[in-house]
Design a protein around this ligand. Structure first.
Ligand SMILES: [Zn+2]
Length: 422
């Protein structure tokens, strides 16, 4: 099947992404190449509030009653999405563009009710165990005021007293040509539709200019063992090991896959330390990695009875040492890479996943990296490459070991420190 992605017009960039699977749905998306991590301390949470205001204002427009749309602010990307069909897209897109590209900031009622709903949403999240866990991890990992470490509590505090003028200022700063990416996707779309939409973008008076970003101050902490008393874990102890990853600005996409492969080998997957952990009566070791533009962080996490902490760390450290000295089974590495290949192909052939993928590529790398190129580069990931990578990533002086629990008595940090030799 022929597949081509096309840049239709510039300033702001407008792309057509053809879908590979037949569908009646058409998606029109307005993306910002910035998200909550680019916000200054005074702007924390304002992107989210603005998103609610714009979407809320659109829903108050009676003529847009039949429209399907949504908005979301991510760490380094903001997305406004319209779902439509071939028949309706030209009418729907007018309402959608008008609401997002030409907003009216005089609706105080909408502002007040949307601010309420954002504050409610945030206060619900603030007390969740996930949020409390991240709060502890990020505050330990990053020194000073790092935007990546910002948490919902800070957003909540910051937007409480904000006025409608503040979201208008935010809009003026970020909704500029160079920061906007518009995409249209559908199956076999007529050129006429694509060109009409391209033309209608030009009707809007989107401002030019540049965003002045504040210098990010994301220094990461050195080795430490921290214990945090917290009721989120009732009986057992959560053991979290965090290391630093390289951010996506410093990585090629295939190098990101190599980082993932190393994590897979260290987790409780079949190719990782599954058997060893089982034998020690430990059934879970998850990992999560965040790769942002300038920083990355991996979190290995398990929840254990106190008396198993040392056994767990011994197994984990043994595996790190193995990987660092290149003792990797090539059949395991092959399995991980072929698993990746399959998921990549699948998601590339899935309409909505492909849409996310291409958007991410343009926002992160400034261009689309063809999947063939990605897959070809997988050949560069061999045992030597993984060994070198592991030596860079897993240095003891970069580790934070965090223990969270209600009762942390009798945990001997000196003994733990002795185990952590790698
Ligand atoms: Zn929300």
């Amino acid at each position: 099947m022929k597949f081509y992605t096309k840049k239709i017009s510039s300033n702001p960039d407008f792309y057509y992404f053809p879908f590979s699977k037949k569908t009646k749905d058409i998606f029109l998306e307005i993306n910002l190449k910035t998200g909550s991590a680019q916000e200054t301390a005074q702007e924390a949470g304002l992107g989210h509030l603005l998103e609610h205001y714009l979407i809320g204002s659109l829903s108050k427009n009676k003529k847009s009653e039949t429209l399907e749309y949504d908005g979301e602010v991510f760490k380094e990307q903001t997305n406004y999405c319209l779902k439509s069909s071939k028949k309706k897209i030209l009418i729907d897109s007018d309402y959608f563009f008008n609401a997002i590209l030409n907003p009216d900031f005089s609706n105080k009622k909408t502002f007040i009710s949307e601010k309420d709903s954002v504050l409610n949403e945030l206060s619900g999240k603030i007390n969740s165990s996930d949020e409390q866990g991240y709060k502890i991890i990020f505050k330990e990992r990053f020194l000073n005021d790092c935007q990546y470490a910002r948490i919902k509590t800070e957003e909540y505090k910051n937007i409480k007293d904000k006025k409608i003028k503040d979201i208008e200022d935010y809009y003026k700063k970020y909704f500029i040509k160079s920061n906007i990416l518009i995409t249209l996707s559908g199956y076999n779309l007529d050129k006429k539709i694509i060109n009409e939409i391209s033309k209608s973008i030009k009707k809007y008076n989107i401002s030019s200019g540049k965003i002045k970003f504040e210098q990010q101050n994301c220094q990461v902490s050195r080795f430490k063992i921290v214990s945090v008393k917290n009721n989120i874990i009732k009986k057992d102890i959560a053991v979290l090991l965090t290391f630093s990853f390289l951010g996506s600005k410093k990585l090629k996409p295939w190098q990101k896959i190599a980082q993932d492969a190393v994590c897979e080998m260290l987790s409780s997957s079949r190719m990782g330390i599954f058997d060893d952990l089982r034998n020690a009566g430990i059934y879970k070791l998850d990992y999560e990695n965040f790769i942002w533009k300038n920083n990355g962080i991996i979190i290995f996490a398990t929840i254990l009875p106190k008396n198993k902490i040392k056994a767990f760390l011994n197994i984990f450290v043994k595996k790190i040492k193995e990987i660092k000295s290149g003792l990797i089974l090539s059949k395991n590495l092959k399995k991980i890479l072929s698993k990746y290949k399959n998921t990549a192909k699948k998601s590339f052939n899935d309409n909505s996943q492909r849409l996310d993928w291409l958007t991410y590529d343009i926002i992160t790398y400034g261009k689309i990296i063809p999947i063939e190129e990605d897959l070809k580069n997988l050949k560069k990931i061999n045992i030597v490459f993984i060994k070198n990578l592991a030596n860079n990533l897993f240095a003891k002086n970069k580790l934070n070991l965090i223990l969270i629990g209600k009762n942390l008595k009798n945990i001997n940090k000196k003994e733990i420190d002795k185990i952590l030799k790698f």
